[in-house]
Design a protein around this ligand. Sequence first.
Ligand SMILES: Nc1nc2c(ncn2[C@@H]2O[C@H](COP(=O)(O)OP(=O)(O)OP(=O)(O)O)[C@@H](O)[C@H]2O)c(=O)[nH]1
Length: 221
Amino acid sequence: GATPAESMAVAAAAADWKLCLTRSSLPPSQVMLVGDSGVGKTCLLVRFKDGAFLAGSFISTVGIDFRNKVLTVDGVKVKLQIWDTAGQERFRSVTHAYYRDAHALLLLYDVTNKASFDNIQAWLTEIHEYAQQDVVLMLLGNKVDSAQDRVVKREDGEKLAKEYGVPFMETSAKSGLNVELAFTAIAKELKHRSMKLPNEPKFKLHDYVKKEVRGSGCCRS
Ligand SMILES: Nc1nc2c(ncn2[C@@H]2O[C@H](COP(=O)(O)OP(=O)(O)OP(=O)(O)O)[C@@H](O)[C@H]2O)c(=O)[nH]1
């Protein structure tokens, strides 16, 4: 049999390995995209997942769909299971059922559609009702590439976000502006929450989103 010293060495190696495993990967996190129909939830997800823009006719999401994407943040793999919900009212009861399991929510409006912005308060009420209290939440004003059609000013988005204490960014699924940054911010926050390494400084999502690139992100021609 093994000597006590050998047994201890084996146990220590096993503990190291376990630590290594837990430090290099995390269980998947559920991220949900929510907001009115047509604000660009599916396009944002496709841009993030495949680096492409879904041009052409608008196909509304039916019910709910998901895609996986693994991000490496600070040397740790964070697996995001991203749920693309249907914005249409008639699917609302389907999406309600998913809120409870969401670790993070990206709430979108369309800067070229005032109604989608006005509905943000109703979405926030719904989120408070159905989602976990500590859900990671971020507000995104999408389609900033359409500078000429913009009807919601950046300041309006900022003001609303501040009122609710929610981090805010403007994005474009078309040009890709800030898309990667938005998901990375979420992944970093989720990683910091689940690992809580003793000597690591606290991650500040509100500060991190200041890395945001301002402007339309589009093709000046
Ligand atoms: N210019 C511009 N158009 C966009 C952008 N994102 C989405 N669109 C367009 O907006 C329309 C709706 O996009 P979707 O991603 O399908 O919208 P959705 O929020 O998933 O809609 P539902 O599935 O009905 O909830 C499509 O015609 C897209 O091409 C963007 O960043 N810029």
